[in-house]
Design a protein around this ligand. Structure first.
Ligand SMILES: C[S@@+](CC[C@H](N)C(=O)[O-])C[C@H]1O[C@@H](n2cnc3c(N)ncnc32)[C@H](O)[C@@H]1O
Length: 274
């Protein structure tokens, strides 16, 4: 279907894509997420997620014809670059977008079942870092990811794209949200990890942190690695809830690594060896 009016209500879900805070509210409200780029759309479909509609510039129609044929009845919206750009707020140069049904949130117990290495992300608010951490986790033997209440949305389109679609494969769950009475459960949920046999280690540069290559670290069968936000790092309440702190020693007067870079180094060093 060709769009001629940027205010066409059928494509409301594709509007103002650059506003991350608005998208988080809107996507959750509508029970959707947006897959961006032809490759990511294909990966989302391969993961078994259901499309509600496709949205793309005319020049990409042919390259996605097999996808549309496999999903008869799902609307395909197209239009000139100018109309599409007015709707989305940016130039569409990565091929298709698709509005996908947001999968039901997974229970922490489900994602932790059988896991030996878990990443716990506290307040990581940058979608690029979040996506990069998922990609490293997928490629470096991390079995599951838990995200704190204030952590950004792994299913925001930029996180998905930077993760190369690995957010569809790595089991993840949001943990520690306040209960019905507004009582915060973060970071108390970390104690639950300990009772499941995990050693909970905060990755943080501190005086009490041990080096990442300390042999004792490799002896833990189940290990949860807590990573903090750019700027503040892991909060003091969360550090108190952890069993230990681990650092990647820095050289040349450099303060710290970017959180996604730190995650990749730690995931590799602490991978299960047996
Ligand atoms: C940019 S750092 C925050 C640094 C914090 N402002 C500080 O000065 O300690 C963001 C997160 O990346 C991880 N990180 C970065 N560099 C690290 C290192 N050298 N050792 C351990 N963790 C590191 C930690 O989880 C940290 O919370």
């Amino acid at each position: 279907m060709e769009l001629t009016d940027a205010a066409d209500p059928r494509v409301d879900v594709y509007s103002r894509l650059s506003d991350a805070a608005l998208r988080r509210r809107q996507d959750t409200l509508h029970g959707i997420y947006l897959a961006e780029s032809s490759q990511v759309v294909r990966r989302a479909l391969a993961a078994g997620h259901r499309p509600r509609s496709f949205f793309l510039a005319q020049r990409y129609l042919d390259s996605m014809a097999d996808v549309f044929a496999a999903h008869p009845g799902i609307p395909v919206y197209t239009g000139t670059d100018a109309v599409l750009e007015t709707i989305t707020g940016f130039h569409l140069h990565r091929g298709a977008l698709a509005a996908m049904d947001r999968p039901a949130p997974r229970a922490p117990a489900e994602v932790l079942a059988g896991a030996r290495r878990v990443a716990v992300l506290e307040n990581v608010s940058d979608h690029t870092n979040l996506g990069a951490i998922f990609r490293s986790a997928a490629g470096l033997s991390v079995d599951a990811i838990l995200v704190s209440p204030e952590c950004a949305d792994p299913l925001y389109r930029r996180s998905i794209r930077v993760s190369m679609g690995t957010v569809f494969g790595v089991p993840w769950a949001r943990v520690g949200e306040a209960d019905g009475r507004g009582r915060a459960a973060w970071p108390g949920v970390l104690h639950g990890l300990k009772s499941e046999g995990f050693t909970v280690a905060a990755l943080e540069l501190s005086d009490t942190a041990i080096d990442l290559d300390s042999p004792a670290l490799r002896e833990h069968d189940r290990l949860a690695l807590v990573l903090g936000a750019e700027g503040p790092g892991v909060t003091s309440e969360t550090l108190d809830a952890c069993d230990l702190q681990v650092k990647i020693p820095m050289a040349s007067g450099v303060d710290s690594l970017n959180v996604a870079a730190a995650s990749a180094v730690a995931f590799w060093e602490l991978r299960p060896r047996a």
